[in-house]
Design a protein around this ligand. Sequence first.
Ligand code: ATP
Length: 248
Amino acid sequence: MNAHVSAPQAPALVLRVEGLSKQFEMHHLKRTLFAFENIGFDLGEGEFILLKGENGAGKSTLLRTLYRSYLPRAGHAYYHTKEGVIDLASAADVDIAVLRRREIGFVTQFLNARPRVAAEEIVAEPLRLAGMPHGQALAEARRWLAAFGVKPQLWPAYPSTFSGGEQQKVNLARALILPQRLLLLDEPTASLDRSARRALVERLAELKASGVAMIGVFHHPEDVAGLIDREIQLETIRIADEPDDVAE
Ligand SMILES: Nc1ncnc2c1ncn2[C@@H]1O[C@H](COP(=O)(O)OP(=O)(O)OP(=O)(O)O)[C@@H](O)[C@H]1O
C-alpha cells in the first residue's frame, strides 16, 4: 500500500516584502538618516510576526511604511487581495485609501479623537461604514467598550476629555471591531491596565484564528507570546555620514 503523506499546506500569502528600505532626509542638518534597509519577509493568513529591535531601530517606521504613511526609498511590499496583487510601496493613494477602509488596519496607542463625537459612535463607525444598521452597530460597539473596560457612563461622552488609558481603549475597540486581513500593531498595549491587555490579547487570538495576518511591536512581548509565529529583528543602522567620522 502506498501511504501518501502530504506536506502541511502553507497559509495563503497576504504580504511579501522585498528589499524594503526607508531613509529620512534631515535637510536642516544636511544628513540622511537610514531607518531600515533591505527588509524582506512573507506573511500568510493567520500568521503573527513580532518586530524586535532597540529604540530607533525602525520598527514604527516599518509599520508606517507598510501602512503607506511613508513612501519607502526602495523595495516592494506586495499585498495579495482576492482580486490581485498590489504593491503598497508604489500603489496610488486612492487604492491605499480603499485598502485602509476595507483590509488593512493600523493600531497604535494614540487616539485621533474627533471633537464632539461620542465614544460609542467612534467605535461603531467602521461597522456602519460596512453597512450595519446603526442600532446594531451601537450595540456591538458597547459590547467592545465593555470588553476593554470602558465604564458605561463614558460611552456617550466625548473621548477628548478621557484619560490616556481610556482613550487608548476606545481606539483599540474601534480598530479591532471589524476584522481586517492585515493588522499593523504599534505598541497597542502601552499604558493599558491588565484586564484591558487581556481583552486585547483575547481579541487578537480570535482574529488570528479567523485568518487575520498581523505584524506588531510590543513593549511587553510576553503578553502575546502564545500568538507569535516568527520574529524579525531590526538592526540599528550606523553610518559614518561625514568623511571626518570615519575612523583612521
Ligand atoms: N518623520 C521622521 N523624520 C525624521 N526621522 C525620523 C522620522 N520618524 C522616525 N525617524 C527616525 O527613524 C529612526 C527609526 O525610528 P522608529 O520610530 O521607527 O524607531 P523604533 O524602532 O520604533 O523605536 P522605539 O523602540 O524607540 O519606538 C529613528 O532614528 C528616528 O529618529
